[in-house]
Design a protein around this ligand. Structure first.
Ligand SMILES: N[C@@H](CCC(=O)N[C@@H](CS)C(=O)NCC(=O)O)C(=O)O
Length: 210
């Protein structure tokens, strides 16, 4: 049994999606970010950084969305969501997971929280820089999908695809959303056609980008 601390549409989405895909029993504990629940002492005991998601695995609270997706993929290898150690694609898989987490996701963080690096006065330049960084990342993701086939690493869906699709969704209200890149547009359609996506949307109460 897993427990996922989540918030609609946030970085917990890829983990929630994988739990649905895997059909593993799980409980959901909603965290109201608007109300500041993620900064309350009870939550900070689970996630010292005060961010969503947290996944409790065998009683141990763990953070970092991409790492949680990797953990789920490895705990349930029958789903084939991660190339096994020694597999020729393992290096590319790890490399993409880290890129998605430490480069793409952090660029989105700057876009959504532009006052954080240098206050309100710097919001415009921070947003402009974040947009450039995100679009450069989208160029790279688009090239990768165009070259590799249906999904990020070829013909099989991996944990990286749940993270990627979540990040593509985050761009939906940006001046140039990810779906304006041709290979990404087809890819997103394929990922959204998975029956689990509908379940995820219903459970999270999401409607945009359906
Ligand atoms: N690197 C973390 C980042 C998580 C993160 O930034 N989550 C956001 C929601 S998308 C959050 O909790 N924001 C609340 C805040 O920063 O106050 C992860 O991947 O889990």
């Amino acid at each position: 049994m897993y427990t996922l601390y989540w918030s609609p549409g946030s970085a917990s989405l890829c983990v929630h999606w994988m739990l649905i895909e895997l059909g593993e029993p799980h409980e959901l504990a909603k965290v109201d970010i608007e109300a500041g629940e993620h900064r309350k002492p009870e939550y900070l005991k689970l996630n010292p950084g005060g961010v969503v998601p947290t996944l409790v695995v065998d009683g141990v609270p763990l953070g970092e969305a991409a790492a949680l997706c990797m953990t789920l993929a490895e705990r349930h290898p029958q789903a084939g969501f991660a190339p096994a150690p020694g597999n020729a694609q393992r290096g590319a898989y790890l490399s993409w997971m880290f890129f998605l987490s430490n480069t793409v996701q952090t660029a989105f963080h700057a876009w959504f929280y532009p006052d954080q690096p240098a206050g309100q006065d710097a919001v415009e330049p921070v947003k402009a820089a974040a947009r450039r960084r995100i679009e450069t990342c989208l160029d790279r993701v688009d090239r990768q999908i165009a070259a590799s086939g249906a999904y990020l690493l070829g013909d099989r869906v991996t944990a990286a695809d749940f993270v990627t699709t979540m990040l593509m969704r985050w761009s939906r209200n940006m001046p140039k959303p990810a779906t304006e890149w041709p290979a990404i547009a087809g890819y997103v359609k394929r990922m959204k056609a998975r029956p689990s996506f509908k379940v995820l949307y219903e459970r999270e109460g999401l409607t945009e980008w359906a």
